[in-house]
Structures are given as structure tokens and as C-alpha cells.
Design a protein around this ligand. Structure first.
Ligand SMILES: Cc1cc2nc3c(=O)[nH]c(=O)nc-3n(C[C@H](O)[C@H](O)[C@H](O)COP(=O)(O)OP(=O)(O)OC[C@H]3O[C@@H](n4cnc5c(N)ncnc54)[C@H](O)[C@@H]3O)c2cc1C
Length: 336
């Protein structure tokens, strides 16, 4: 019998995870990625926080599961601290037709597949942006800057650290090029806001860039006939709860299991089940992450005064904890 075939658009975390999950479910896959090569530049970019379910899924897709442990660190600390201080995209003219039974849209937060099926769904600008950069100290372990930052942040390297201060944010997004004047102004503000050790690291970070933060109001539908959205294409989310990668992996794993359970002849039922498992959870996570972002930035929310990290009660701080995130430890029963 002919194997069913899925066309996966997007070869990042959601697309590759989905390819693995669908192959295990007995499908053929073709992954179409528009970027021609891996990213160039410093390889030590983003840190990805994988929760227990994501680790379990990724390990089940690896020939050598231990590899995951060998290249990662346990995330033992989730620290929020108050600060009290006054491309490589190449086009081609060639058009190739690829025929399949299912189209998986794993094409990220600006998904063109989502745009086609939901033309009215728009990304929502959160009202703030974030400076980002990679500080490479591999040749410079003992510099004054590194010694300073290690002293100021003794837990550095053991987890996620967020300093909360007025007009600040660390942390999805459209990336924007910046002028040298913008960088200069950012450096001046960093000196006013952050501890000196951190301000120094910021000043020594080469080529910082700016991310405008977007998310999207939760969708009410993530599949049509033989098309399904997964990953950021299905639920663009702000970065405050380090959820997006975990959500992409869980989407892929659940989709694989639903396709396996229902078989290719019952595609509609499989996609319906996938949606019924994933949509309620991802909806809550997107809205929760939005709320945590507003709180961390001291923005007003409909039901509370702006959060002030210097005066907040321990109860107020609870919502900022990673483990307080709805569904953090939940494993969908289809994956058990
Ligand atoms: C600057 C930045 C920093 C981040 N830092 C972190 C972090 O530290 N930790 C973390 O967990 N998460 C982080 N995130 C979020 C995380 O990167 C995303 O949530 C995650 O990558 C989503 O995975 P995805 O596969 O759904 O989408 P994406 O990673 O966006 O991948 C979409 C893929 O589809 C391809 N594509 C798009 N359109 C087409 C098309 N028409 N045809 C073919 N291919 C197409 C794109 O080239 C891309 O490879 C960050 C995001 C940004 C923007």
C-alpha cells in the first residue's frame, strides 16, 4: 500500500519535530524550508528551555537519546530579580509541484499558510520591543567583565534570569536593524537602569539588534480539510514563559499520534482530535504569557495595579514563576 505523504512547510523546530513524529506514525514526509543553509554567525545564540515532556519527545526521536543530555544543562533556577535603579534567504524562479495528502504549516509566526486560510488573523504588537545580542566570551573567560557579571549573578549558567526594572524587558518578534545612534542611546539607558556589571556586558556585546514583540489572539481553528498549522504558525506567543519551543514539540508529537491512531483514511478525524487536544492548551498558554509579559513590564492589566517588583508581595510574584504556567507539567493523554 502507498504510504501517505505529508508536505511540511518550514524546517525549524516545529517542522523537524513533526517530520520525526510523522515518520514514526508511518508517513512519508517532505520538508520544504526556504532558508538555504543553517544560520551564519555566532553559534551560541538562543537558549532553549525544554520542559520534561519536550525532553521525552525529543529523546524518543533520537537514535542516541543520551546526546540530548550531553549537550544540555539542567535548568535548575528560574530567577526573577527586581532592579532598583533610578539572511540568508534565497529566492528561486524554479517552481516545483509537490503532491501530498496533508500540508503541515510549520512556517513560523508570520505563516503564509495561516494568512491564506485566516486572512483576517493579524499579529498583535505587544507595545514593546527588546534589545538582544550574543555576548561571546569563549576566548575571554577571565576578563574583568566576566568576573564582574559572575559576581553580580552568582547563579549565572544555571537557569533563566530576568531582571525586572522600570522600562525594561529581556526576552518573539520581528527583528529590526539598528543605527549607531540607537545603540548609543540604549547604552546610556542601560547605565541608568541595570547593575554596572550587566551594563558593561551590554556595552561590550557586538551588533545588538532589536526585536519588536508580537503575539496573536488565539485562533479558533488550526486545521482545514488536509491542512494543519503547528508551532508558531498556530500560536505566535510572547517569550515571557519560554513556552513556544515546547509548544511546537508537543504539537508535533500529538499530531503524529493522532495520525497514527486514525490512519490516513480518517484524516479529518485525526486533525479534529489534534485540534481538540492542542487548541485549548495553547490558547491558555498564549494568553498567560501575554499577561506575564504585561506584569513583568509593569504595564496595567484589566484586573490589577501595575506590578512593582520592589514592593510586590510573595503572592504577587507567584505568577512569574515558570512552574505556575498553566499546563507546565501536563502530558496529553494521547502521548502517555
Ligand atoms: C530573536 C528570537 C529569539 C528567540 N529566542 C528564543 C529562546 O531563547 N528560546 C526559545 O525557546 N525560543 C526562542 N524564540 C522563539 C522560538 O525561536 C520560536 O518559538 C520557535 O522557533 C518556533 O518554531 P517554529 O518551527 O514554529 O517556527 P520558526 O522557528 O519561526 O520556523 C519557521 C521556519 O519556516 C521557514 N519558512 C517560513 N515561510 C516559509 C515558506 N513559505 N516556505 C518554506 N519555508 C518557510 C522559515 O525559514 C523557518 O525556518 C525566539 C524567537 C526569536 C524571533
Amino acid at each position: 500500500m502507498r504510504k501517505p505523504k505529508a508536505i511540511i512547510v518550514g524546517g525549524s523546530i516545529a517542522g523537524i519535530s513533526c517530520a520525526k513524529a510523522l515518520i514514526l506514525a508511518g508517513w512519508d514526509v517532505v520538508v520544504i524550508e526556504k532558508t538555504r543553509g543553517p544560520p551564519i554567525g555566532n553559534p551560541t545564540g538562543a537558549g532553549i528551555a525544554l520542559n520534561p515532556l519536550s525532553q521525552k519527545m525529543v529523546k524518543s526521536w533520537l537514535h542516541q537519546p543520551d546526546l540530548l543530555h550531553n549537550i544540555t544543562l539542567p535548568l535548575t533556577i528560574g530567577q526573577n530579580r527586581a532592579v532598583d535603579r533610578e539572511k540568508n534567504i534565497c529566492g528561486t524562479d524554479e517552481i516545483i509541484d509537490v503532491v501530498g495528502d496533508l500540508l503541515v504549516a510549520a512556517d513560523g509566526s508570520c505563516s503564509s499558510v495561516r494568512q491564506t486560510f485566516l486572512p483576517d488573523s493579524k499579529l498583535r504588537y505587544t507595545g514593546y520591543c527588546a534589545w538582544r545580542g550574543v555576548f561571546d566570551f569563549s576566548e575571554n573567560e577571565n576578563s574583568e567583565t566576566i568576573q564582574g557579571i559572575r559576581k553580580a549573578y552568582p547563579e549565572l549558567g544555571n537557569g533563566v534570569h530576568v531582571d525586572l526594572g522600570p522600562g525594561t524587558h529581556t526576552g518573539d518578534s520581528a527583528t529590526m536593524k539598528v543605527s549607531s545612534d540607537m545603540i548609543k542611546k540604549m547604552h546610556q539607558e542601560a547605565e541608568k537602569i541595570w547593575v554596572p556589571e550587566f551594563a558593561r556586558v551590554i556595552k561590550e556585546t557586538k551588533e545588538p539588534f532589536l526585536n519588536l514583540m508580537y503575539d496573536c489572539d488565539p485562533l479558533t481553528q488550526i486545521y482545514w480539510d488536509n491542512v494543519v498549522l503547528i508551532g508558531d504558525a498556530a500560536h505566535p506567543i510572547t517569550p515571557h514563559c519560554a513556552r513556544s519551543t515546547n509548544m511546537a514539540i508537543a504539537d508535533a508529537a500529538v499530531l503524529g499520534k493522532c495520525l497514527e491512531r486514525w490512519g490516513p483514511e480518517n484524516l479529518h478525524s485525526a486533525l479534529e482530535e489534534h485540534q481538540s487536544v492542542r487548541l485549548p492548551v495553547t490558547t491558555k498558554q498564549v494568553l498567560h504569557s501575554r499577561r506575564v509579559g504585561q506584569i513583568k513590564l509593569g504595564l496595567p492589566t484589566p484586573d490589577r495595579e501595575p506590578f512593582d517588583p520592589n514592593t510586590a508581595s510573595p503572592e504577587d510574584c507567584e505568577i512569574l514563576k515558570q512552574r505556575r504556567l498553566p499546563f507546565f507539567d501536563d502530558v496529553p493523554s494521547i502521548l502517555e
